[in-house]
Design a protein. Sequence first.
Length: 256
Amino acid sequence: MNRRGYLAVCGAICGGLAGCSGNSNDSSEGTAGPAQDGYPPESGTTPTDRTIDTAAFETTTVEGVDVPLAPIDATHHWYRGRVARFVDARGQAQYDRSHITGAVLSPAPDGTGDDPVEAWPTADRIVCYCGCPHHLSSLRAASLIENGYEQVYVIDEGFWEWQDRGFPISGEEVSTEPAVQQIAGRTAADYAGQMAWAWHEPTGQREAAPIGDDGAYTLELHFSDVTPDSTITVETPSYRIEDSLDELTAQTVTAP
């Protein structure tokens, strides 16, 4: 299933994700509405000049689009200098829980119906991120690149490394990281390079992972407010399964 196919399947989930919530204070809890420009808040300090060779960044290929993977140190330097806009490619519940301060919500793969990124100049530097550590963000970045955005990058190490380093985050619960649940699955090797998806419909939380050359995939779920009995949907290009988190993590998921 391609990026737009995913939206067609779970449009009811993604359609309710427009807008952002959380607060704009570094590493704090609350519900004040942040700005929609994606820039960090003013800090009053200017980072030391540094040359960053973006041409040296590694890339990942998503459906034929090469997406640059920016080291977290480089993205943090851009953040401190307020020379990049930041995009959270996860779902609403994940964004509400914790996100990079100043970042906007623009879920993978193609944002929302009223997406803040659509108003940004295509020449601006944009940094996407997610927590898996870069599967969702690479999907969102690939979509932006396809739509003419010229400087789009992904945080290679992902959001949780940003949090672990004590960089600025905001949201309703920033003090803890949700436990990671792994769903291992397999589909036909013909789908290698495409994506497997998992989502929790009541909260809109989702993750994605590439399908390997042998058809295997591993979905790492950083989902909050789910229990072993929570129903999770897993979808690949060849099948869709709904089952409890407990059942899905206890065995290799295959076609029914």
